[in-house]
Design a protein around this ligand. Structure first.
Ligand code: T46
Length: 139
C-alpha cells in the first residue's frame, strides 16, 4: 500500500520453547502468528559481508524476515523517514508491510535470513528504482 509509514513496521517476538532437558530451543510460527497467510518461503545465505540485498519496495507483498542464524541490518524507508533494525535472534521477526523500501546489509559470517511472505514471486510487484519509489509515495 502506498501510504504505509515506518511506524507500521512491527517487531514480532516469536515464542521460544526451551527444552527442560537441555536439548536447546524450539520456536513456532503457525496460522495466526503473522497478519497474513504465508504463500512462499525463501532464504538468503552465504551473503558476503560487503554485499547489499533488497534495494526495492513491494506494491502488495508483506514479509517477515528472521535472522535464523547470525545477524544483519535492515534499512527501512517510507519515502520520508528511515530507520535501521539489527536482526540477530532466531525468535524475532521483522514484519515489513507493502510500500516500504528495504536494504539488507552488514551480514555476519554464516548469517541466514529467512523470509515468510504473503504471495508467490511476481516481478511486477517490485519497485526497484529509488526515484520511482519516492514518486510512488508522493502520488
Ligand atoms: C526482499 C529481500 C529481503 C525468484 O526467482 N524467486 C523468488 O522468490 C525471489 C525472492 C527471487 N527470485 C529471483 C529474482 C532474481 O533473479 O532471484 C533473483 C534475486 O532476487 P532479488 O534480487 O529480488 O533478491 P534480493 O535478495 O535483493 O531481494 C529478496 C526479495 O526479492 C525481496 O522481496 O525483500 O530479498
Amino acid at each position: 500500500m502506498q501510504n504505509q509509514r515506518i511506524d507500521s513496521i512491527e517487531l514480532l517476538e516469536i515464542s521460544k520453547i526451551s527444552d527442560p532437558d537441555g536439548r536447546g530451543n524450539l520456536s513456532v510460527i503457525e496460522k495466526g502468528t503473522l497478519p497474513y497467510e504465508v504463500k512462499r518461503v525463501y532464504y538468503l545465505y552465504d551473503v558476503p559481508s560487503d554485499a547489499t540485498r533488497g534495494g526495492h519496495a513491494h506494491l502488495e507483498l508483506q514479509q517477515c524476515l528472521i535472522a535464523l542464524s547470525g545477524s544483519f541490518d535492515v534499512l527501512l524507508d517510507d519515502g520520508k523517514n528511515r530507520t535501521k533494525v539489527h536482526l540477530n535472534k532466531p525468535n524475532r521477526g521483522l514484519i515489513i508491510p507493502s510500500g516500504i523500501w528495504r536494504e539488507l546489509e552488514n551480514f555476519s559470517s554464516g548469517a541466514v535470513c529467512l523470509a515468510l511472505v504473503s504471495d508467490v514471486y511476481k516481478e511486477e510487484d517490485y519497485i526497484r528504482d529509488y526515484k520511482d519509489f519516492v514518486f510512488y509515495k508522493t502520488k
